[in-house]
Design a protein around this ligand. Structure first.
Ligand SMILES: [Zn+2]
Ligand SMILES: [Zn+2]
Length: 203
């Protein structure tokens, strides 16, 4: 048999040149073979341990998500309506401010705080709570202290969207039952639209 070319021992602590006596021999000696074997066993054991830790983490996370989903299922629809209204108002307020609108009732462009003010209140017309025609910017003075300043609101609304659409709002008496899925969809869209607005602003 032809003599095999010399090679470096695969044991990291050794790295000596040696002449292999058989094909596939990667270490110089029995000692190095045994050291490499031990290292590989330790490595395999460590990898198995890491895998187990990872599996446990994944399982715990899935458990947390299941419990959160159960808790969410127990929450009344009112909770989701409020969450969704907040997200929808945040988007609508930001959008109107970015477009240069001011208070729909008094037309100021300087406000201590900006509100998203419903033309027909959510109590009177819950079916219009997520209708953009029904939701405009208001300064805190008009929204909070002048209970909407509604006559001025109407006049400005007619200017903005036309009498026909205002009348459509005023004559809308549909009853609407919101479902979790519907609210989840409205909320997701409002959040995505708000994110897009902010990104455009930052760019
Ligand atoms: Zn060696
Ligand atoms: Zn105002």
């Amino acid at each position: 048999m032809a003599k095999l070319p010399r090679r470096k021992c695969a044991h990291k602590a050794c790295r000596q040149w040696f002449h292999p006596v058989r094909d596939g021999q990667v270490v110089c000696s029995f000692e190095c073979a045994s050291a490499v074997g031990k290292e590989q066993t330790a490595k395999a054991r460590e990898a198995a341990k890491q895998k187990e830790v990872q599996r446990q983490r994944t399982e715990e996370k899935a458990g947390r998500q299941r419990r959160a989903a159960r808790r969410n299922d127990l929450k009344p629809i009112r909770h989701w309506v409020q969450m969704t209204q907040r997200a929808f108002n945040d988007w609508r307020r930001k959008m109107l401010l970015a477009a240069g609108y001011g208070c729909i009732s008094c037309r100021t462009k300087n406000a201590f705080a900006w509100h998203a003010g419903h033309y027909r209140t959510t109590a009177a017309a819950p079916q219009l709570r997520f209708n953009p025609d029904n939701l405009w910017l208001q300064c805190s003075a008009c929204n909070v202290y002048k209970s909407g300043n509604i006559e001025a609101y109407r006049a400005a609304l007619v200017e903005l969207i036309g009498e026909e659409r205002v009348l459509a709002l005023e004559s809308n008496n549909e009853t609407h039952r919101y479902t979790r899925e519907e609210l989840d969809g409205i909320r997701a869209k409002a959040r995505a639209d708000l994110r897009a607005l902010k990104q455009r602003e930052a760019a």
